[in-house]
Design a protein. Structure first.
Length: 181
């Protein structure tokens, strides 16, 4: 983990906060925002760190896409979430992106537990987890059950860009405290 330069932190904050607001309100992350994040992340890193910065930015983008795209294919999240995390990877590079991923995953797990408990769907969620495991075991797509398909309105949906924003700010705070300056 390393503390990104302040200009990178500002860009990152602007992208994730804007995405969180759109996702919370409209349940989508606009393409113009994610594309801007990718292009500005690559350009800024290339400007600040020259060729090594360019390559770090591209590796961050690629790693984020590699990890998140299968979740989109399994209909576990929307394409905007994948593109947002790719933009975050392009902005911070692969090592810092992994830190953001860990914090986002932890916060997402907590948020999901709170949400399913508040909606009275904890038991149904456990049943759905069992269905996912059985689908994997039999080689079937879990989204054949409409409750497990993010594209339907039958399941509980969590605005993932909000969770990404919290994970990102958690990372920035941790980096400010513990990362070497």
């Amino acid at each position: 983990m390393s503390a990104p330069p302040i200009i990178v932190q500002i860009l990152l904050a602007l992208i994730v906060v804007t995405a969180a607001m759109f996702d919370f309100r409209y349940r989508r992350v606009p393409n113009w925002l994610t594309l801007s994040g990718v292009l500005l992340g690559i350009g800024l890193n290339a400007f600040l760190f020259e060729t090594p910065g360019l390559w770090a930015s591209l590796r961050g983008l690629g790693l984020a896409f590699l990890i998140y795209f299968p979740l989109y294919l399994l209909r576990g999240m929307g394409a905007g979430d994948v593109k947002l995390m790719a933009a975050v990877g392009a902005i911070v590079g692969p090592a810092n992106w992994l830190g953001i991923l860990v914090l986002t995953s932890l916060m997402g797990g907590v948020a999901a537990l709170v949400l399913v408990t508040a909606k009275g769907r904890f038991r149904k969620t456990l049943e759905n987890i069992w269905l996912i495991l059985m689908s994997v075991r039999t080689g079937r797509a879990p989204y054949e059950n409409p409750q497990l398909d993010v594209r339907t309105n039958q399941g509980i949906r969590l605005p993932h860009a909000v969770v990404i924003a919290f994970g990102t700010f958690g990372f920035l705070i941790a980096a400010a405290i513990w990362a070497p300056q």
